[in-house]
Design a protein around this ligand. Structure first.
Ligand SMILES: Cc1cc2nc3c(=O)[nH]c(=O)nc-3n(C[C@H](O)[C@H](O)[C@H](O)COP(=O)(O)OP(=O)(O)OC[C@H]3O[C@@H](n4cnc5c(N)ncnc54)[C@H](O)[C@@H]3O)c2cc1C
Length: 529
């Protein structure tokens, strides 16, 4: 049987990626049904100069070291996420926080915690301590997959809309640079950096320069979210608050140095207290970047990447400006350490911003670090814009987002990575987008283990993509959230809400898991505890 999802390399051309047909209604978008994806031909790239490497077949996935019990648990949890309606918006995933609160009041926290620990947390999280997360990564590594140790902490600003249920970790802003909670989280992130493994996983990876450790941080865990919102407004103030021209009013030096950025914030009217809080925030992020750079130098291997996650658009301008300053400072060509910024393609302004950052990197001689995502805050972005009477910053349709995402990866980032001008982590659960990226790599003549390109999925989501990529020699990563159960529960419910659509459409995952389980149970395949 011909693999339904495999790419036809002969069909690769220099055309831009074909647009997905517009779904009748956005709720009806079925991202990963094999039949639908067969029709999606998004890849466009140059004709290969040498025979392309074999492409992974996601219809015949590898499952790594997953035991039969693990697969059965994943099947059960994913099946539970589909309960409650098409697209998941009215189902368990979308209302995980309310359901959890109700269950806790009915059965008590101990029973609920035990139930969640054995099911959802086991599938979507990597444990309650750094040690447990590292142990989980070792299991992944045996299957050619690395973990991104990710302490589960995040916060929202006071002005987040009601539907945005992020915990407000930094309640009240400390004007002092020594904010105890943020300092404590900095130490947690530093411990994760120290535990990051950069040893090669395979001979191919060793030959390609070694393993690359990745760590990810969230700005709102390290600084006051309200200050970040005010700092973002101050940066935008210079050019009439136009989000899509966010860099237009800033002097070029703003992107080349932290002092110039602080000066721009002061000129934009940021208060003394906020400037002090900004200094503390920058100090924490910079200390993590320095530690990751030192870890890369000490441990050898292929190096380290530090990813700045992207959050709501009202805190992002300040975080983006810091990210660009850090990239300019750290991302020298040939450096084993690089900072990556996250680009959310469900925001209409993102392609222009990505182009501006790439152009700036080229002019200033540093390597762009990019983690393209579709973006997690669609509903919150729309709700806030509607409530404030502001223009909706998001793409009008899912199809526009998909096209922007694939174009960024296929047309801009993979070619830039091939030319040594970008480090890229393709962060998506969308099979067609992963296929587009591996197709573009093949067309550019890049080996799967090329150090400049990696792939990432969240723990427990689209495992068939991650394990198949890892088995095929691509640099495949799983985000491994960890932390005390009550804190990871907040993370879990939030991810469930953000990904309600994706979790409600896990038909492919369920079908592939069923087939593997049936093979193991009835076909004499591998059985685990
Ligand atoms: C490794 C990794 C790291 C991540 N880091 C971040 C991060 O730092 N910041 C962040 O914001 N998110 C992050 N995410 C989450 C990501 O942004 C998405 O929320 C999530 O991955 C779903 O997108 P997708 O590409 O995986 O899946 P898809 O299967 O393509 O699903 C995307 C869903 O969004 C819907 N959608 C998209 N755009 C629109 C639109 N304009 N109108 C209506 N519906 C739309 C689609 O219909 C679809 O249901 C990360 C994800 C991964 C895998």
């Amino acid at each position: 049987m011909a693999p339904a999802l495999s790419l036809n390399l002969r069909s690769l051309s220099l055309q831009p990626p074909a647009r997905r047909s517009e779904p009748a209604a956005e709720e009806e978008h079925q991202p990963s049904e094999p039949a639908a994806e067969e029709e999606h031909q998004p890849v466009a790239a140059a004709t290969p100069s040498r025979p392309p490497p074999p492409l992974p077949d996601f219809n015949r996935p590898a499952w790594g070291a997953a035991s039969t019990a693990d697969l059965a648990r994943s099947w059960g949890v994913l099946a539970a996420c589909t309960v409650g309606g098409r697209g998941g918006r009215y189902g368990l995933a979308a209302h995980a926080d309310t359901l959890l609160a109700k269950a806790t009041s009915l059965f008590g926290p101990r029973l609920v915690d035990a139930g969640v620990r054995a099911t959802f947390a086991r599938v979507f999280c990597a444990g309650e301590s750094l040690e447990e997360a590292v142990a989980r990564e070792k299991v992944l590594q045996a299957a050619g997959v690395r973990g991104i140790l990710n302490y589960a902490a995040e916060a929202a600003t006071s002005s987040s809309p009601a539907g945005d249920s992020s915990p407000h970790l930094a309640a009240g802003c400390s004007a002092s640079p020594s904010d105890d909670a943020a300092d404590s989280r900095t130490r947690t992130f530093l411990a994760a950096v120290g535990a990051t493994d950069t040893r090669p996983l395979s001979p191919a990876e060793a030959a390609a320069g070694g393993g690359i450790g990745v760590t990810a941080i969230k700005a709102t865990a390290l600084g006051c979210p309200d200050m970040l919102e005010r700092a973002s407004a101050a940066l935008l103030a210079g050019h009439g608050g136009r989000e899509r021209d966010r860099w237009a009013g800033l002097p070029p030096a703003t992107h080349g140095g932290l002092p110039a950025l602080a000066h721009a914030l002061e000129a934009g009217g940021l208060s003394r207290d906020d400037l002090a809080a900004w200094d503390g925030f920058v100090g924490r992020v910079a200390s993590i970047a320095d530690a990751a750079a030192a870890h890369a130098a000490l441990t050898g291997g292929g190096g380290m990447r530090l990813i700045l996650d992207a959050e709501q658009s009202w805190v992002q301008p300040a975080v983006d400006a810091l990210a660009v300053a850090l990239m300019a400072a750290h991302n020298a060509p040939g450096s084993p350490f690089a900072v990556l910024q996250t680009y959310q393609h469900n925001l209409a302004a993102t392609p222009a911003r990505l182009a501006a950052d790439a152009a700036r990197a080229g002019r200033e001689g540093w390597v762009l670090g990019a983690k393209p995502v579709r973006g997690a805050y669609l509903l919150a972005e729309r709700a806030r814009a509607a409530a404030a009477g502001l223009p909706d910053p998001t793409c009008p349709t899912a199809a526009t987002t998909h096209a922007a995402y694939d174009a960024a990866v296929v047309e801009r980032l993979v070619p830039a990575a091939a030319a040594g001008a970008a480090h890229l982590l393709v962060a998506t659960h969308n099979t067609a987008s992963v296929e587009a990226a591996v197709g573009a790599m093949a067309a550019a003549g890049l080996a799967p283990s090329t150090p400049a390109i990696a792939f990432g999925q969240l723990c427990g989501m689209r495992d068939f993509l991650t394990f198949t990529l890892g088995a095929a020699g691509y640099r495949a990563y799983k985000i491994l959230p960890y932390g005390p159960l009550r804190e990871t529960l907040l993370y879990l419910t939030r991810r469930a809400q953000e990904n309600a659509d994706v979790l409600g459409n896990v038909g492919v995952d369920l079908a592939l898991l069923r087939a593997e389980l049936a093979g193991r149970v009835f076909g004499g395949g591998r059985k685990g505890a």
